[in-house]
Design a protein around this ligand. Structure first.
Ligand SMILES: *[C@@H]1O[C@H](CO)[C@@H](O)[C@H](O)[C@H]1NC(C)=O
Ligand SMILES: *[C@@H]1O[C@H](CO)[C@@H](O)[C@H](O)[C@H]1NC(C)=O
Ligand SMILES: *[C@@H]1O[C@H](CO)[C@@H](O)[C@H](O)[C@H]1NC(C)=O
Ligand SMILES: *[C@@H]1O[C@H](CO)[C@@H](O)[C@H](O)[C@H]1NC(C)=O
Ligand SMILES: *[C@@H]1O[C@H](CO)[C@@H](O)[C@H](O)[C@H]1NC(C)=O
Ligand SMILES: *[C@@H]1O[C@H](CO)[C@@H](O)[C@H](O)[C@H]1NC(C)=O
Length: 364
């Protein structure tokens, strides 16, 4: 139970973190409904994820052109991203470069409120392998659930790790090859009893399983204690496609059985779907287009006269924003940062093309 281990680390670090995990087990009591994904969507992990859909529970993500980097480098650090949405059977396709290093575990996990779990796990001591695993209702007493699969250069190349999950079977695919199937009814699942079958969140994590104080079994599994001198340890996720086999707004456990038959699906548009369908916030260059030709000429003149494009563009931009009553929007921290980057790109492009086209000397 990987997330039990992780959880105990997190519990030490912060008591606030454990809440969603143990908050409410629907096989023991009545719990709030789970927000559904209710659709299919691919997230590129190269720019900020929508925090109404994804929640960075621990650590930070660094977005690069390659994808999102999940990094830890010091004792006590760890990373965990989880979806706010749940899927009730479906497909999760993740393109991953595992983290290297003994004791380090990269993982992409589906997990439900009653601890059904479907795992991809990469142990950092072996960069040619990935492990598959599953649990039903957090039950760890059956053996032979784990699988190990060969995959070349898993730390330096992205590979496509796909989980297919429905009420009859569970499949793990690597780069288009089916590497493992678990049927609903077989000894490993205790003939269905321990088959994952309730709505699951998606969790992505890079974490130190090999740490002082962990169970010896866990440390051995992870390939020893993490050697922090060899850090930082980075797992990279390029993109993720998630398909929910149900469409709807939320999932409710109608009783304490934890069986898939007990899950009620409420129709309607999910929060995630609504967020996905929202138009992206306007970029600086789109706003620039909106300013119109008059303003453009004004800025060109101002820039040409003063030779200080950056200042002119910003002043006029912010004056416009103020006039439209949107200064607040522009100054919003998160958006401001991306718009700054956007503005810089824009200015570079502008300098390279417009200044040349117009025969102006670039003043640096
Ligand atoms: C992210 O990757 C996608 C697909 O390759 C690309 O279309 C998009 O422009 C990239 N976005 C950023 C911010 O790099
Ligand atoms: C990594 O795992 C693969 C697949 O199980 C195995 O063939 C290989 O020997 C392992 N390598 C190391 C270094 O443990
Ligand atoms: C776990 O599964 C085994 C095998 O079916 C069963 O005997 C045991 O009671 C289960 N444990 C729990 C806590 O449900
Ligand atoms: C990833 O693998 C799955 C399962 O084989 C496949 O359906 C999907 O098309 C693959 N994705 C890409 C981008 O090739
Ligand atoms: C799963 O079921 C299929 C038939 O639906 C069968 O071919 C396969 O051998 C079964 N796999 C296991 C691991 O029981
Ligand atoms: C769901 O959203 C679509 C637009 O994306 C809208 O046409 C439809 O009425 C919505 N359905 C509900 C039940 O709100």
């Amino acid at each position: 139970m990987i997330f039990f281990f992780l959880l105990s680390i997190l519990a030490l670090a912060s008591s606030a973190i454990a809440q969603t995990f143990t908050d409410c087990n629907p096989t023991k009591k009545s719990c709030p409904a789970d927000a559904a994904l209710g659709t299919e969507h691919t997230w590129q992990f190269n720019s900020t994820l929508n925090d109404k859909i994804w929640n960075m529970k621990t650590g930070d993500i660094k977005y690069t052109n390659d994808g999102a980097e999940f990094t830890f480098s010091k004792e006590g650090e760890s990373t965990l991203l989880q979806s706010n949405f749940y899927i009730f059977f479906g497909v999760v396709e993740t393109h991953v470069k595992m983290a290297r290093g003994g004791g380090v575990i990269s993982s992409v996990v589906l997990e439900s409120d009653d601890l059904d779990e479907i795992d991809w796990e990469w142990a950092g001591y072996n960069t040619s392998a990935v492990q598959s695993n599953f649990f039903g209702k957090g039950n760890t007493t059956t053996y032979g659930r784990g699988g190990t699969h060969v995959v070349a250069n898993a730390d330096i190349e992205f590979h496509n790790y796909t989980t297919y999950w429905d009420k009859d079977r569970l499949e793990w695919w690597i780069d288009g090859d089916l590497v493992r199937t678990v049927n609903y009814s077989e000894p490993n699942t205790v003939f269905g009893q321990n088959y994952p079958q309730t709505p699951c969140r998606v969790k992505v994590s890079n974490w130190p399983a090999g740490r002082k104080g962990a169970k010896q079994g866990t440390i051995d599994w992870a390939g020893g204690l993490v050697d922090y001198d060899k850090g930082p340890f980075t797992m990279t996720v390029q993109k993720m496609r998630v398909k929910d086999f149900h469409s709807g707004q939320e999932y409710t456990y109608s009783d304490h059985s934890g069986s898939w038959q007990s899950i009620d699906v409420k129709g309607g548009n999910s929060t995630a779907l609504t967020e996905i369908n929202k138009p992206p916030p306007k970029s600086m260059s789109e706003k620039w287009e909106e300013l119109g030709e008059g303003a453009h000429i004004g800025i060109y003149c101002g820039a040409a006269a003063g030779g200080i494009l950056g200042i002119a563009a910003f002043v006029i931009f912010f004056l416009r924003q103020r006039r439209k009553g949107r200064l607040e929007y522009a100054l919003d921290d998160a958006r401001h940062a991306t718009e700054r980057a956007d503005a810089e790109n824009y200015q570079n492009d502008w300098k390279q093309t417009e200044w040349k086209n117009r025969g102006y000397q670039q003043v640096s």
